[in-house]
Design a protein around this ligand. Structure first.
Ligand code: OAD
Length: 230
């Protein structure tokens, strides 16, 4: 399972890092809740659209590529590899990961706030905020906001993967946002071995079998190479 730390080396800000984290510069109550969208749809949609355009300009880093490599290797062995991500930036897919569960949705899939109809995003910024849909509705980003349920299909797939894996790896997440942070505990309770790779200790560090501190872009490629070659 991955979090924002995996994309930090691609130039995408995390949420809770002290200086550059998004939630140290912006109040999530103003931008990442259904109420915020109702109060000021133009502000909220502009902010998410700027994030979409910024993410589109960033490139997958060595950590994303290592996870894609691990999945290809597992597929060759007939083993199951599932990537649960809290990230909405699509960098895992662009690095070649196939089986990706987007627990918090995606910046690249917008939909009508009323009907749920998915709309196509332009390659550049929408320009008008809030964007409107072809049928005249108001569009919203396909991300999960605080106070919203996670997508049912993503939760079912993540429950299944975490509850039946041999090894659960948590990378680049502060492990404080539930239900995502609960998957490590689910895997642990089901008998999986658990590993954390993160730049700093988190609440998960005391729970996992192994905790490695460092940058995902350094540790993951080395770890995956060792796992594949062993
Ligand atoms: P956070 O910003 O909470 O945590 C990122 C973690 O990555 C921190 O523990 C950092 O120390 C670590 N980190 C930073 N750079 C790293 C690097 N290069 N290598 C390894 N680790 C690094 O981000 P998330 O845990 O993803 O939800 O946040 C979870 C959710 O909270 C997000 O999906 C978002 C946010 O509010 C929603 O918007 C619904």
């Amino acid at each position: 399972m991955t979090g924002a730390g995996v994309s930090a080396e691609s130039g995408i800000p995390t949420f809770r890092d002290a200086l550059e984290g998004l939630w140290s510069r912006f109040d999530p109550q103003d931008l990442a809740t259904p109420d915020a969208f109702r109060r000021d749809p133009a502000l909220v949609t502009r902010w998410y659209d700027e994030r979409r355009i910024n993410c589109a300009k960033c490139r997958p880093n060595a950590a994303h590529k290592a996870l894609a490599r691990w999945e290809r290797h597992a597929a060759g062995l007939g083993a199951r590899f599932t990537l649960i991500t809290q990230n909405v930036d699509r960098l895992h897919q662009r690095a070649g990961s196939r089986r990706v569960i987007e627990l918090h949705g995606s910046l690249f899939e917008w939909r009508c706030a009323q009907s749920g109809e998915v709309i196509e995003c332009p390659p550049d910024a929408f320009g008008d905020y809030p964007p409107t849909t072809p049928s005249g509705g108001v569009a919203r980003p396909g991300v999960v906001w605080f106070g919203e349920m996670l997508p049912d299909d993503a939760v079912a797939a993540a429950d299944d993967a975490a509850g039946s894996c041999d090894l659960f790896v948590s990378v680049g997440t502060s492990a404080v946002v539930y239900p995502a942070a609960g998957y490590l505990h689910l895997a642990d309770a089901a008998g999986a071995r658990t590993l954390e790779i993160n730049r700093e200790p988190t609440p998960a560090s005391g729970v996992v079998n192994w905790s490695i501190q460092g940058n995902a872009g350094d540790i993951l490629p080395a770890f995956v190479a060792a796992a594949i070659e062993s």
